[in-house]
Design a binder for this molecule. Structure first.
Ligand code: ATP
Length: 322
């Protein structure tokens, strides 16, 4: 292997830059040429490729987003789109590809590899933590910290006004961000897809808190594939129990910002591990971190299997709240 490429794809996540930096410097340490593909698979199909050296990744470790840009591409889902990408890779003599993204990115990369024979290695970069094969994805820790900071601020207002607040966080179909930010933010209740609770149950619990002397409360809600779902929940709680509430949707502020130290360390480690994986003929795998060790997971498992919430954490929230 002489020349490799790296791209970021899907949603951006804080720590992607730290990962690019680590991959570039690890590649150079192993005497590999490395280039960056801009705008994910869309840029790959268009040949939007830039050389990378030590200096091109200077002073990026602390920045959110991705210096390479990211995109979602419908064309890449088609065989003809991927043929364009394969032609570019062959023209540029690229024999290994590092993909920083989520399961969609890995699906696309797997097809590309099967159709071209080019080695691909995945690195989990998404704030949602919904990726099998790693304890944490790059960006999750920062997103949780951002959500906790927001919950802390809302707590001040909730307390000052004796109010019930609903705070909606990201996470797509999972409750990882909601669970950890809920525990760290001292939330009274949590609405996540993994532990369904209807509005009758929620009203009952809130009534118990208020009966027990609470004057304000915060319910953390996972967007669960329907961003904005919290407005409906808030209305139902008003109709059923008469509790007025305010809704705060955190939205995209959770995606940006300086990566936390934990995300920078994880990203640095996984970026270097991805280069090593290509050199060790581990194409077709995702590098992750499990129990502090680098773990290699077949890319197929990352979309066929599911990362589950830490057992006991949801119970803990209910022991601690109230
Ligand atoms: P995030 O978790 O942030 O959403 P992701 O990698 O899952 O990241 P997707 O939008 O699902 O994000 O996928 C990124 C890109 O990968 C898509 O825009 C598409 O170009 C490609 N892709 C996804 N699924 C497939 C597939 N089944 N076949 C081919 N390409 C795919």
């Amino acid at each position: 292997m002489k020349k490799i490429a790296i791209l970021t794809s899907g949603g951006d996540a804080p720590g992607m830059n730290a990962c690019i930096r680590a991959a570039v410097r690890a590649a150079l340490a192993h005497d590999l040429d490395i280039v960056g593909i801009r705008w994910g698979y869309a840029g790959l199909m268009n040949g939007d490729i830039v050389p990378l050296d030590r200096r091109s990744v200077t002073n990026i470790i602390h920045h959110g987003g991705t210096i390479l840009g990211t995109a979602r591409s419908e064309e890449f889902r088609t065989e003809s789109g991927r043929m364009k990408a394969i032609n570019v890779l062959q023209q540029k003599s690229i024999d290994g590809l590092i993909l920083i993204g989520g399961d969609g990115t890995f699906r696309g990369g797997t097809l590309l590899s099967q159709e071209s024979g080019i080695s691909v290695v995945g690195v989990p970069g998404t704030i949602d933590n919904d990726c099998y094969g790693t304890d944490y994805t790059i960006g999750f820790d920062t997103a949780v910290n951002t959500a906790v900071e927001a919950i802390d601020r809302i707590r001040d207002t909730a307390t000052a006004h004796d109010r019930l607040f609903f705070v909606e966080v990201m996470g797509r179909h999972t409750g990882f961000i909601a669970l950890e930010s809920g525990i760290a933010g001292g939330a009274e209740e949590l609405l996540i897809p993994e532990v369904p609770m209807d509005s009758d149950q929620l009203c009952k619990r809130l009534a118990e808190y208020f009966k027990g002397g609470k004057k304000s409360a915060i319910v953390v809600v996972s967007e669960a594939e329907h961003p904005g779902v919290t407005f409906r929940i808030s209305r139902e709680v008003k109709e059923k129990a008469g509790f007025d509430s305010k809704v705060c949707i955190l939205g995209h502020i959770q995606r940006g910002g300086a990566p936390s130290a934990r995300d920078r360390v994880l990203a640095s480690r996984l970026g270097a591990a991805a280069v090593k994986a290509l050199l060790d003929n581990r194409g077709g795998y995702m590098v992750g971190e499990i129990n502090r060790e680098i773990a290699y997971t077949p890319l197929k498992d990352t979309w066929e299997k599911q990362n589950s919430l830490h057992p006991g954490l949801t119970d803990l929230l209910h022991i601690l709240s109230g």
